[in-house]
Design a protein around this ligand. Structure first.
Ligand code: NAD
Length: 305
C-alpha cells in the first residue's frame, strides 16, 4: 500500500514509518523538520520537507506520491507552548490538517489515520480508565486543536466518503523522544540521569499516568490501515503507573546514584490519568505488548548509545 506519514521525522511518526516499511508498505514522509529530524527516517522512505500549511507544496507531493492512506502525525504538540501561542496551534493543528483533508478530496486517498490524544481531549477525568465515551473537555489550546480535527474527520467521512480512524494516544515513550522537550518525563529523566544531573519529582510522585511504548503505538497505526473505519479508539493500557515507579525503574537501568528529591506539586495537575484499550482490542486486535520495564530498558539503551 502507498502510505504517507505526516510528521514522519518526529518521535512517534518515525516509528510508524519503520512499522509500515516492515509490513511491506511503500512509505513517504511529509515533515517540515520543525521538531523532527531527517536522521530519524529510514532511508527507504522518501522525505518531503513541506509544511502542512503550505497548500501548493502539499498538492505537489500528492501529485507525485498519490498516497492511498495517510497516517497524520504532524502537529505542534507541547501543551505549555499552546497556552502561549494558541493561534500557532490552531494554524498548524487545525488549518494544516484541513489542508490535508482538502487534498484527500482532490486525490484518491482512501483513509486517514489520525493521531489524537487521550491525555488532552478528555480534560479532567471524571473516572479512570477513561473510555471513548468519556466527556470531551480539553483544558488547553493543544487539546482543543487536536479535538477539532476529530470532528472534521467525521464531517469528511460523512460528506465525502473519506474513511478514517482516530487513535487517541496515552503518554507515549521510547527511543527518539526529545530529552530536552517538555512533554515526556521518561525521556527527560533518562537524559538527565545518564548525565548524572539532578532530577525532581513534582509532588508526592503518587500521580498516575498511562505509559505505552512507542512501538506498540506504531503497530496500532499499521493495524488501522484496514480496520477500525469511522471509529475513535483509545490506545491506553487501562493501567495507571505512578511517577515514583517510573523514577525507581529508570534509576535502576541508568545506574543513577542520586536520591529521589521532591519539589512542590504542579498547580492544577491531574492526579490520575489513564485510558482504556478494550475497544482497540475488539476492533483492531491491538493490545500493548511491551511491558514498562522492558520499554524503559530499551529507552535507556537507546539514549546510552
Ligand atoms: P514530534 O514533535 O516528535 O512529532 C511531530 C512531527 O511533526 C515533527 O517531526 C515535526 O517536525 C512535524 N511537524 C510539526 N509541524 C509541522 C508542519 N506545520 N508541517 C509539517 N510537519 C510538521 O511529536 P510526537 O510526540 O511524535 O507527536 C506525534 C503526534 O502524536 C502528534 O500529532 C501529537 O499530537 C500526537 N500525540 C503524542 C503523544 C505523546 O505522548 N508523544 C500523546 C498524544 C498524542
Amino acid at each position: 500500500m502507498k502510505v504517507m506519514v505526516t510528521g514522519g521525522a518526529g518521535f512517534i511518526g518515525s516509528h510508524i514509518v519503520d512499522a509500515m516499511l516492515a509490513a511491506g508498505h511503500d512509505v513517504c514522509v511529509v515533515d517540515d523538520l520543525s521538531t523532527g529530524h531527517r536522521e530519524n527516517v529510514d532511508a527507504r522512505a522518501r522525505i518531503y520537507d513541506v509544511d502542512i500549511r503550505d497548500e501548493a507544496a502539499l498538492e505537489a507531493v500528492f501529485e507525485q506520491e498519490k498516497p492511498e492512506v495517510i497516517s497524520h502525525q504532524a502537529a505542534k504538540a507541547n501543551v505549555r507552548e499552546s497556552m502561549v501561542r494558541p493561534v500557532l496551534y490552531a494554524e498548524v493543528n487545525i488549518l494544516g490538517s484541513l489542508n490535508l483533508l482538502e487534498a484527500t478530496r482532490r486525490h484518491e486517498v482512501r483513509k486517514i489515520i489520525y493521531a489524537s490524544t487521550g491525555g488532552a481531549v478528555y480534560g479532567d477525568l471524571e473516572y479512570v480508565p477513561a473510555d471513548e465515551a468519556h466527556p470531551i473537555n480539553p483544558l488547553d489550546p493543544y487539546g482543543a486543536s487536536k479535538h477539532q480535527v476529530e470532528h472534521y474527520l467525521y464531517i469528511y467521512g460523512r460528506h465525502y466518503g473519506l474513511d478514517y480512524t482516530v487513535l487517541r494516544y496515552p503518554n507515549v515513550y521510547g527511543p527518539r523522544q526529545d530529552p530536552e522537550g517538555e512533554a515526556g518525563v521518561i525521556a527527560i529523566w533518562t537524559g538527565r540521569m545518564l548525565k548524572g544531573r539532578s532530577t525532581i519529582v513534582y509532588g508526592s510522585g503518587g500521580q498516575e499516568r498511562d505509559f505505552v511504548y512507542v512501538g506498540d503505538i506504531a503497530r496500532a497505526n499499521v493495524m488501522a490501515l484496514d480496520k477500525g473505519g469511522g471509529e475513535i479508539i483509545n490506545l491506553g493500557s487501562s493501567i495507571g503507573t505512578s511517577i515514583n515507579e517510573v523514577f525507581d525503574l529508570l534509576q535502576r537501568y541508568t545506574g543513577y546514584t542520586q536520591e529521589r528529591t521532591h519539589g512542590p506539586a504542579k498547580q492544577g495537575e491531574v492526579f490520575r490519568s489513564f485510558i482504556t484499550h478494550e475497544k482497540a482490542e475488539r476492533l483492531l486486535g491491538w493490545l500493548p505488548t511491551v511491558s514498562l520495564s522492558e520499554g524503559l530498558e530499551r529507552t535507556v539503551d537507546y539514549f546510552r548509545r
